[in-house]
Design a protein around this ligand. Structure first.
Ligand code: CP
Length: 306
């Protein structure tokens, strides 16, 4: 593995290795007075973000620092991208500065793949358009492993704006590879059209789709990517596809509620559900740091030093 671009291209063995090393990272750092390992001392990780982020950017930064790497944060909004500099020239500049790994978030699907053609270091996709967000899916799988005891054989409903969701796409490929059953639930207008070859069941009725689930993953309605009216009103959407306390009661007692964040409280998820003990939303954020430590470590050392 030289780069991490999508979960679709990960083998099951590679995905399981990442989840095993994630566990080791969590164990190695938790409870330490100084929560740092020397594994990436002398390496430079660049965070190259062309889209807004709270969780992913800070999580990658924290992960790299916990592995003792030097971190450079590059925000497109305050860079020479604003003066017209291309992605290629930006990449060549980072290459000239000796970046060992570049973590990129970009609104265009495929931008991380293009970056691999211009730089020698590892490229980690932190979200490209509606295409992929592999570390989010890995942290989601790790959270299920911790909360549900595993992923194999579990049933996961992914609910809402599937059409615009890179989180959904990355989860579909990873979860199915790890042996989970995936149900997609949402209004027909927010389900992609060409998904006959996706390893999923489709449902339009949320109440019915919650029966027998082990986890439900609520997706944010991505208004910023929507160029048409996909549903009549926010109230109508919440009524049909929002997870509220009544619907939570339809789920088996052990089932967990996940959300990648950021959330639209009161729309896809009621505040009382987001704050309930069955929600794993803040655990997902914590687990994201361990997953990103594992991925940086594996890509930059081939698993050879710790
Ligand atoms: N889940 C996620 O990608 O969040 P951010 O957009 O805040 O990084």
């Amino acid at each position: 593995m030289k780069h991490l671009l999508t979960t679709k291209e990960l083998s099951r063995e590679e995905a399981e290795l990442i989840l095993d090393v994630t566990e080791q990272m969590a164990e190695a750092v938790t409870g330490r007075e100084v929560p740092k390992l020397p594994a990436l001392r002398g390496r430079t990780v660049v965070n190259l973000f062309f889209e807004d982020s709270t969780r992913t950017r800070t999580s990658f930064e924290t992960a790299a620092k916990r592995l003792s790497a030097d971190v450079v944060n590059f925000a497109a909004k305050t860079s020479s991208v604003n003066k017209g500099e291309s992605l290629r020239d930006t990449a060549l500049t980072l290459q000239a500065m000796g970046a060992d790994a570049v973590v990129i978030r970009h609104p265009a699907a495929g931008a991380p793949q293009r970056l691999t053609e211009w730089i020698e270091g590892a490229v980690l996709n932190a979200g490209d358009g509606t295409h992929a967000h592999p570390t989010q899916a890995l942290l989601d799988a790790y959270t299920m492993k911790k909360r549900l005891g595993g992923v194999e054989g579990r049933t996961v409903a992914i609910v809402g704006d599937i059409l615009h969701s890179r989180v959904a796409r990355s989860n579909i490929w990873l979860l199915s590879k790890l042996g989970a059953h995936v149900r997609l639930v949402g209004p027909p207008t927010l389900l992609p059209k060409d998904i006959d070859d996706w390893p999923v069941e489709i449902g339009y009725d949320l109440d019915a789709s919650l029966k027998g689930v082990d986890a439900v993953m609520m997706l944010r309605v991505q208004r910023e990517r929507q160029n048409a009216a996909f549903f009549p009103t926010a109230n109508e959407y919440a009524r049909l596809y929002g997870l509220d306390e009544r619907r939570l009661a339809l789920m088996p007692d052990h089932a967990i509620v996940m959300h990648p964040g950021p959330m639209n409280r009161g729309m896809e998820i009621a505040a009382a559900v987001a704050d309930s003990p069955r929600a794993t939303i803040t655990e997902q954020v914590t687990n994201g740091v361990w997953v990103r430590m594992a991925v940086l470590y594996l890509l930059l050392t081939n698993g050879e030093s710790k």
